[in-house]
Design a protein around this ligand. Structure first.
Ligand code: PGA
Length: 242
């Protein structure tokens, strides 16, 4: 199933204005469009969009690895589900940089599923790992630590391959590299879990680069940061996924 996901990060977006300029009419029906606002905006965005843009689904940018209790400052997946979220990003490199470790990320994927949220697990190598030819090792490590211990997984998990050096940098990753890594991820998941998961790509995707990226074998959609802040640009990205 093709997915187009917006990660608004910690940006100030006026949901009303954004939705007014976001035209769903030209977006193919089979593409799932998911918007991930900041926690505080999820409820409002859900309420507004469910009246005007029924097709839009809502995601959170993160969640707690626990479902409830004495965890100051944390947000439970159940709380997110209650206010309209049906997805959650997990293990984004910006969260890993702030100290999220592999065990926490594994727990978050599991907790998201328990809370009936579809986890969008982000994985990818950094610049140094790429230059030293260690991409495959890193991908295997992250899948082994963050996903494979979960047995009986259904298809309700998404993987976002996001090479860290491509995020927010405008760097275009080579098509051959992307295709190679996408097929590697799909093969590893099939071999270890016996399922075919949806794999999306993230890292400086724009309506321009999307045309080329959408042709790559193994890529079923995009996780878009910066370019999703502009509703017209984001809608144009969807067109390349037809
Ligand atoms: P970007 O962000 O599109 O701005 O590179 C992508 C992401 O961080 O998920």
């Amino acid at each position: 199933m093709k997915h187009l996901i917006a990660n608004w990060k910690m940006n100030f977006i006026n949901s009303d204005a954004w939705l007014k300029d976001f035209d769903l009419n030209n977006i193919p029906k089979e593409i799932k469009v998911v918007i991930c606002p900041n926690y505080l905006e999820i409820e409002d965005f859900y309420e507004i969009s469910s009246k005007t843009h029924e097709k839009i689904l809502i995601g959170a940018q993160n969640l707690s690895s626990e479902t409830k209790g004495a965890f100051t400052g944390q947000i439970s997946g159940k709380m997110l589900k209650n206010i309209g979220a049906s997805y959650s990003i997990v293990g984004h490199s910006e969260c890993r940089l702030q100290g999220e470790d592999d065990e926490t990320i594994l727990n978050k994927v599991q907790t998201a599923i328990e809370c009936e949220l579809i986890p969008i697990l982000c994985i990818g190598e950094n610049q140094e790992e790429y230059s030293k030819g260690r991409t495959e090792k890193k991908i295997k490590h992250q899948l082994t630590e963050n996903l494979f211990p979960l047995k009986n997984l259904s298809k309700s998990v998404l993987i976002a391959y996001e090479p860290i050096y491509a995020i927010g940098s405008g760097i275009a990753v080579q098509n051959e590299h992307l295709e190679e890594v996408s097929l590697l991820i799909k093969d590893l998941v099939r071999d270890n879990l016996g399922i075919d998961l949806t794999l999306i790509y993230g890292g400086s995707v724009t309506s321009d680069s999307a045309k080329n990226l959408a042709k790559i074998d193994g890529i079923d959609g995009f996780l878009v940061g910066n370019a999703s802040l502009d509703p017209k640009e984001f809608a144009n990205i969807a067109l390349s996924l037809e």
